[in-house]
Design a protein around this ligand. Structure first.
Ligand SMILES: [Zn+2]
Length: 381
């Protein structure tokens, strides 16, 4: 009895030591009858995923109609993937990102999976979409103390399919829903190179326009108006051209990528609460460093990056031996785990995001089993 209690206490201590610095909360999918999203009465799937580092909280809302009449498509009138927090404006709550492959938005297709990848030292999740020509994934990550979300988009052509064009589209309403509230604003987009205002189109220079700062001179927190601006980081790798279309209401950004690039990296800042001058100063001071960090980030879950199969096998074998009788009892569980981990590792080595997520999940659940073994090895040793 005493021994069981000690094991429980040690497991609890091990758990507390890993308490999350950055958390990911996934509501899981839910359904409701559709109204405005699609045809009234169709079944709408919704899901919310939240990244929170204690300093800022980004919420993402998925919406898609799952009526069988749509086949693999998941229509949603406002877009499928929105950012309702920190603010509903800025990167739009209803839908702020699209990934057009051969002219068709992948985000509008069936979700293959949505999975939490990491919590703790970093927080991240991924969503994969079943585009007819490619499996398209999006990983979103928040770092401790970070004020923006890091994003990696991946497209993998399906067998027999060719990806001829890739465009990431972003939609924002800087600081305020002007037209909806019968107000006029003054939308701008600033980059390290230039500044353009509504109702013009800004052609981007991939090597220079590393950040896009979306603001409104009327709806400035300094004037007691609006929620504050937003911004995007755009890594130049694979980017061939881009444009920011500054409407008097919505600001649309299109980023075109080389189809062979396979991935694109972006960052999203909701700078709610900041005055325009503060946001501009932040980007001028930190934009380059944030871009460097984005480009250097390994989006694979840390447990997958650092996983060494041979070492893992050795360690479990030693612990099983050390845990004596308790090791004998736990051995079938450990063997099953080792089998699964080996199977997933092969696929993860080919940048298969689903395999990486499964491996990361296995390694996270195995941590508890390993702690149990360590404690038994200590007690029985
Ligand atoms: Zn529908």
């Amino acid at each position: 009895m005493k021994r069981t209690l000690l094991v429980l206490l040690l497991l609890l201590a091990a758990g507390l030591a890993r308490a999350a610095e950055v958390s990911v909360r996934d509501s899981g999918p839910s359904t409701h009858p559709g109204t405005w999203e699609c045809v009234r009465g169709h079944t709408i799937q919704a899901r919310q995923l939240v990244l929170d580092n204690g300093k800022i909280r980004y919420a993402f809302a998925y919406t898609g109609c799952i009526d069988p009449s749509h086949g693999e498509e998941r229509p949603a009138s406002e877009g499928n993937f929105g950012m309702p927090e920190p603010t509903r404006c800025n990167f739009y709550a209803g839908g702020f990102i699209g990934i057009a492959i051969n002219g068709k938005d992948a985000v509008r297709y069936r979700v293959i999976e949505a999975a939490t990848l990491e919590t703790g030292a970093r927080g991240s999740f991924q969503v994969l979409f079943n585009h007819p020509d490619a499996v398209v994934g999006m990983r979103l990550m928040l770092l401790p103390g970070g004020n923006h979300v890091l994003c990696c988009v991946q497209w993998k052509p399906k067998p027999e399919a060719t990806v001829n064009s890739v465009a990431v589209t972003l939609r924002c309403y800087p600081s305020y829903f002007t037209t909806f509230n019968h107000r006029d604003g003054d939308r701008h987009c600033m980059t390290p190179r230039t500044d353009e205002k509504e109702t013009r189109t800004l052609a981007l220079v991939p090597a220079e326009d590393a950040w896009l700062y979306y603001y409104d001179t009327i709806f400035d927190v300094a004037r007691g108006e609006g929620d504050g601006p937003c911004a995007a980081l755009v890594a130049p790798e694979g980017l061939t051209s881009g444009a920011v279309s500054l409407g008097s209401y919505m600001v649309g950004t299109t980023l075109n990528y080389r189809p062979e690039a396979g991935t694109a990296r972006l960052g999203f800042y909701d700078l709610a609460g900041l005055k325009n001058a503060e946001a501009e100063a932040y980007l001028k001071q930190h934009g380059a460093a944030d871009l460097a960090e984005l480009r250097a980030t390994d989006f694979r879950p840390a447990v997958v990056q650092h996983f060494d199969a041979a070492k893992f096998r050795d360690e479990t074998a030693k612990l099983l031996a050390g845990a004596a009788g308790d090791g004998q009892r736990l051995k079938p569980k450990v063997d099953e785990l080792l089998g699964k981990v080996t199977a997933e590792q092969g696929a993860a080595d080919t940048a298969d995001w689903q395999a990486e997520a499964r491996l990361s999940g296995l390694l996270r659940t195995s941590e508890e089993l390993l702690w149990e073994l360590r404690i038994f090895a200590m007690l029985n040793g």
